[in-house]
Ligand binder design. Structure first.
Ligand code: PGA
Length: 263
């Protein structure tokens, strides 16, 4: 059984004191997490130390929304993976569509970041991909995401010992922050395309093991439908991860669903 991830992406929200209040409110609502589910939040860089102290001893882990592929040197404004690691992170999101669109990150940049993350054995990389509305309308969704995956994973060696440190998130851009969720069958179909691509790059065995999440307007009312599909292994959640009741309800529903399928 693949690991399920319920991962919040806070984007540019919540300063240190807001992070503290938010997590103080969230923690009592997330008292139990199924052992096969990882719950993660991804605050801004400046709130990571606050997340570390707030989340100590809880079942909620935290990560960063971005990183540099460089260790140190003349890279103004960048934050290295080693610096992030000092804050106690367990994951890093790379290749989010906002990074690609607004900050012009390319598949090559994402590949360089993934290589750098792979040098830190304990960190999980959450590698995002997904098509725009225009790409979808042109019927190029599958080839688009296949290319993103192929280029992001170029030269990255993976095997059964480190595959659990790789998570892919399929996020159709037109579904992000719009309230327009991708139909769960269609999201599952594209995720199967991604899994097949991964199998062609590595092996069927590794493709069967890699967790692939869906992202784009996920909320408590649609998480069950998404998780009931064959290939969706969790969610990367923006807006709904900034509401404690909603995020806790997503976690609760995922717990119950897993408990009922295990029973
Ligand atoms: P959303 O964002 O849940 O607000 O659509 C998802 C994301 O950008 O990761």
């Amino acid at each position: 059984m693949r690991r399920i991830y319920i991962a919040g992406n806070w984007k540019l929200n919540l300063n240190q004191s807001e992070t503290k209040s938010f997590l103080d409110e969230l923690k009592p609502k997330v008292t139990k997490v199924n052992e096969n589910i990882s719950v993660l939040v991804h605050p801004s860089f400046t709130s990571l130390m606050q997340a570390q102290s707030s989340l100590e001893g809880t079942a909620i882990q935290f990560g960063a929304q971005n990183c540099s592929n460089q260790d140190k040197g003349a890279f103004t404004g960048e934050v290295s993976i080693k610096m992030l690691k000092e804050t106690g992170i367990s994951s890093i999101i790379i290749g989010h569509s906002e990074r690609r669109e607004i900050f012009k990150e390319t598949n090559e940049n994402i590949n360089a970041k993934l290589k750098a993350i792979r040098e830190e054995a304990t960190l999980t990389a959450i590698v995002c991909c997904g098509e725009s509305e225009a790409t979808r309308e042109n019927g190029e969704t599958d080839t688009w995401v296949e290319k993103q995956i192929e280029e992001a994973f170029k030269g990255i060696s993976l095997d059964s010992s480190n595959i659990e440190k790789i998570v892919i998130a399929y996020e159709p851009i037109w579904a992000i922050g719009t309230g327009k969720t991708c139909d769960s069958n269609e999201a599952n179909r594209v995720i199967q395309v991604i899994r097949a691509k991964f199998a062609s790059l590595y092996s069927q065995d590794l493709a069967d093991k890699v967790s692939i999440l869906y992202g784009g307007s996920v909320k408590a009312s649609n998480i069950e439908e998404l998780l009931k599909t064959s290939d969706i292994d969790g969610a990367l959640i923006g807006g709904a991860s900034l509401m404690t009741d909603e995020f806790a309800s997503i976690i609760d529903k995922s717990n119950s669903l897993l408990a009922s399928t295990a029973a």
